[in-house]
Design a protein around this ligand. Structure first.
Ligand SMILES: *Cc1c(COP(=O)(O)O)cnc(C)c1O
Length: 368
């Protein structure tokens, strides 16, 4: 699905030098590379403040903890996401409240948010899935009307641009907080774990920073219960090298996606990725919908040595861990349909024309 070896090979001298500088300095935790990277990341995103942390899951947890919520407060989000998004909501004693998705973008159907709002709703947590933004202009209108915080789970969409009231923003900089994951296979991937939290409000940023450091502003003095979540210096050094190539990586993904579109546009059985007018698409995944016999196509591809993945095979509201929320099959029909139909094709920065042709031809041969 991804080719991280070839990507490394193409930037090996810079990466190796960056790693060795950290090793030579022995400043493995909170070294200068962490500050440099988060500063460059903030600049890239156009966000005032960014904090490095341990991973993308922690990033969401830190953001939620910074908002002074009460147990039982409700967080509206999507049932069609990686579990991390809702896991931390549950861990903090908050209640995930699901809203169904738009079948074209796979993101929250913003028009359905309002009907899920109750007196206890405090946060809307959109996930920009597969590389494309949620409709943030509409979402912000609803959030402002009901006085809700917004946390953007941007783990899959770094570099994506979205229009809000005629102004272009990078995703993850529009809500009160935006979170990122640097898991190796993400669009900006470390050589291990990493994550970040961005925001534009100084007070919220100070609070988030304190939470990630054991709830402490001054070492050995604790203002609140926090967690320990850090981006380490080696990961930051690697990420800084890769950040300078990120736009080029995104272009390569978009080029591969355009080629897939061209090859597959006349296969009636497939629905190709939709491009929303308000958003760019950075193609963390190239995800098609297969109306019938998706699993057979997947096996056929696998028999031809083509990997493909189902993100996500089972909706979160139907998972045993989340039965306590009281949802049942049929509650989110679009999500449930997408779980049965989605198939993500190989997508990374090193796909060449020959590989893409082979995948395209193999899919055509299946439908012959
Ligand atoms: C990857 C991912 C996360 C979690 O990131 P980790 O770094 O693995 O903790 C959260 N949300 C979404 C949508 C993701 O894709």
């Amino acid at each position: 699905m991804v080719d991280l070896v070839s990507q490394y090979t193409s930037i090996k001298p810079q990466i190796d030098e960056a790693i060795h500088e950290v090793i030579d300095s022995s400043r493995f935790i909170n070294g200068p590379t962490v500050k440099e990277f988060v500063c460059n990341l903030s600049g890239y995103l156009g966000s005032k403040y960014t904090l490095g942390c341990g991973n993308g899951t922690d990033a969401i947890q830190i953001a939620l903890m910074a908002l002074d919520l009460e147990p039982g407060d409700e967080v509206i989000t999507t049932p069609f996401t990686f579990v991390a998004t809702i896991e931390v909501i549950g861990l903090l004693g908050l209640k995930p409240v699901f809203v169904d998705i738009d079948p074209r973008t796979f993101n929250l159907d913003v028009s359905k948010i309002e009907s899920a709002i109750t007196e206890r709703t405090k946060v809307v947590l959109p996930v920009h899935l597969y590389g494309q933004s949620t409709d943030m202009q509409l979402l912000l209108k609803v959030a402002q009307k009901h006085n809700l915080y917004v946390i953007e789970d941007n783990a899959q969409s770094i570099g994506c641009e979205v229009l809000v009231d005629g102004v272009t923003h990078k995703t993850g900089t529009i809500g009160d907080f935006g979170t990122l994951s640097f898991f190796p296979s993400k669009n900006l991937g470390a050589f291990g774990d990493g994550g970040s939290v961005s925001c534009n409000d100084e007070e919220l940023f100070q609070k988030a920073t304190m939470i990630a450091k054991h709830g402490s502003k001054v070492k050995y003095y604790y203002d609140m219960i926090g967690i320990n979540s850090r981006l380490d210096s080696i990961q930051a050094a690697i990420l800084d090298v890769k950040l300078s190539n990120l736009d080029q990586y995104i272009t390569k993904r978009q080029t591969a996606a355009a080629k897939y579109d061209e090859m597959l546009k006349d296969v009636d059985a497939l629905t190709l990725p939709f491009r929303a007018q308000y958003s760019s698409h950075v193609f963390h995944q190239y995800t098609i919908r297969v109306k019938e016999n998706r699993d057979e196509l997947k096996i056929f591809l696998s028999d031809h040595k083509i990997p493909s993945m189902i993100y996500y095979p089972k909706a979160l509201h139907l998972q045993p861990a989340y039965q306590y929320l009281g949802y049942k099959p049929g509650d989110f029909p679009v999500t449930e349909m997408c779980c049965n139909e989605v198939l993500s094709l190989p997508m990374h920065t090193e796909l060449d024309a020959e590989q893409l042709d082979y995948i395209g031809e193999t899919i055509h041969s299946y439908y012959k």
